[in-house]
Design a protein around this ligand. Structure first.
Ligand code: IPE
Ligand code: IPE
Ligand code: MG
Length: 240
């Protein structure tokens, strides 16, 4: 952690100042558990609890859209125990957070290929999405999500529509994120400096922020630091 980590005044009007969408690669749950001599699954439990705290804080500081990377297309490689624990936590979120979602005026959208998920999860996901479709703040949850797979499914949809001469706009509008702008800021916790197949099309001009903090330990103060770093940068988008 560098000097970016201490911020005098938190910025609380993010959207008005140009930060409308923040995306998180929630990494470090396993190492958090290991540090404490706990099974990895308990790291995910702590991570899931912190996800609720952090997404709420982002909305408190005026960021209208948040995306989180919860499970990648590559995470199936993990042990059966770990994958089951992640799916169980996801199911708990879908049942326990429904009322809170409505109270908080949150629209939940799931990004990814849901085909391999259990039927009970799929039903709960559809229920959450359809009940919240008219809510104003946005939470995208990437589950069984992979950026390359997302681009491939977009191209296949365009082929099925009989399209030729594909434009960038066509791809963008056939991604799982067609309903929202690209992330202004992508934050990865857990000290790894890579995207791990997350929003690879959408992040072409996102600001990237890497934190050494493990996801379950991430605090609102760390978000303030990431946000302050974002506003200290000049986004040129190729201009001089
Ligand atoms: C991120 O934490 C959560 C998921 C990938 C589901 P990890 O489980 O990758 O934690 P580390 O990287 O092993 O510490
Ligand atoms: C990225 O973390 C996926 C999620 C946070 C869901 P990983 O821990 O799976 O990424 P790698 O394996 O370190 O690249
Ligand atoms: Mg990891």
């Amino acid at each position: 952690m560098g000097i970016e980590n201490k911020v005098a005044e938190p910025i609380t009007d993010c959207a008005a100042r140009g930060l409308r969408h923040i995306a998180f690669i929630m990494d470090g749950n396993g190492r958090w558990a290991k540090q404490r001599g706990l099974p990895r699954e308990l790291g995910h439990t702590a991570g899931a609890a912190n996800f609720k705290k952090i997404t709420r804080y982002c909305s408190d500081i005026g960021i209208p859209a948040v995306t989180v990377y919860a499970f990648s297309t590559e995470n199936w490689k993990r042990s059966k125990t770990e994958v089951s624990a992640l799916m169980r936590l996801f199911g708990e979120y879908l049942t326990n957070e429904f009322d809170e979602m409505m109270v908080n005026d949150l629209r939940v959208v799931f990004l990814g290929d849901r085909a391999p998920l259990s039927n009970s999860l799929k039903v709960l996901m559809e229920r959450m999405e359809s009940a919240s479709v008219n809510n104003s703040r946005l939470l995208n949850i990437a589950i069984n999500y992979g950026g390359r797979a997302e681009i491939v499914q977009a191209v296949n949809k365009l082929i099925a529509e009989g399209r030729t001469d594909i434009t960038e706009e066509d791809i963008t509008s056939h991604l799982y994120t067609a309903h929202c702008p690209p992330p202004d800021l992508v934050v990865r916790t857990g000290a790894e400096m890579r995207l791990s197949n997350f929003l690879i099309w959408q992040s072409a001009y996102s600001e990237l922020y890497f934190s050494d903090v493990l996801w379950p330990d991430l605090t609102p103060g760390d978000i303030d630091a990431a946000v302050a770093a974002f506003f200290s940068r000049e986004r040129r988008f190729g201009n001089a």
